[in-house]
Design a protein around this ligand. Structure first.
Ligand SMILES: [Zn+2]
Length: 244
């Protein structure tokens, strides 16, 4: 009976492009956010000049700017072979250990050149490669803010994007290190207004909470509710999250 329930829950999740795997990932990330040894090491990454500017401005702008424009690199979904100027083929290998979610191998069928993109769920490994897409960026940026004693969590829209929220003046505030300032800070409707997002569930993860934050990101709550139908799955999500 127990296993049947799990299968039913996982089927429901699949319908929404959700899966228990992402819950496990965010649980692991959230646990690292409260690991002092990891945070101490992450804190060293931020240059003193950036921290000083941030303190003087009383703003996260200098940190957001440094992270996006100096520290991190963006990994495109599709690469061009630099020798042949042709699109490379992507092969995805599932992770074989607890540090690796999966590996993307970008290959050129003409000259045989390869580029390997390992996708880590250990935050310190991401600091070694400094490359990724929104998941690596939000995982690491969240760790940086936590290391500076700004309580920060991960948010996923279960469409194709994730970002952070930080507790500022006792309110959770939208922060997206992949975007340019000022859009990167407290512009929660940006995705719906500019990317045409049609949310069903936007979820925020900490080690001890899973919160449905969809209403904070939509100006069309009536449409979100229609997409959800009669069943609200947040209780199921919580069950899975706290089981992982
Ligand atoms: Zn080539």
């Amino acid at each position: 009976m127990f296993s049947v329930n799990i299968i039913m829950i996982i089927n429901n999740l699949d319908q929404l492009s959700l899966n228990a795997g992402t819950f496990t990932l965010y649980k692991r990330i959230s646990e690292q956010y409260s690991n002092q040894a990891i945070l101490d090491s992450i804190k060293q990454l931020v240059p003193d000049t950036v921290l000083k500017l941030s303190r003087e401005d009383q703003s996260l702008k200098p940190i957001l700017h440094w992270f996006k424009n100096v520290f991190m690199k963006w990994m495109p979904k599709e690469l061009q072979c630099t020798r042949c100027n042709r699109p490379m083929r992507v092969q995805v290998m599932e992770g074989d250990s607890t540090t690796l979610r999966k590996t993307e191998i970008h290959m050129c069928d003409i000259c045989g050149s390869k580029q390997i993109f390992p996708r880590y769920d250990k935050i310190l490994r991401i600091t070694e490669t400094r490359i990724g897409r929104c998941s690596e960026w939000s995982i690491l940026f969240g760790a940086i803010l936590n290391s500076l004693s700004i309580q920060t969590r991960i948010v996923h829209d279960y469409l194709d994007h994730c970002w952070n929220e930080s507790l500022i003046d006792k309110k959770w505030v939208h922060i997206d290190s992949t975007l340019d300032f000022p859009i990167s800070l407290n512009h929660p409707y940006y995705y719906e207004q500019n990317w045409g997002k049609k949310y069903v569930y936007v979820l925020a993860f900490s080690s001890d909470t899973l919160e449905d934050v969809t209403t904070d990101y939509t100006q069309h709550w009536d449409l979100v509710q229609k997409r959800r139908g009669k069943e609200d799955k947040v209780t199921e999500f919580k069950k899975i999250y706290f089981r992982t």
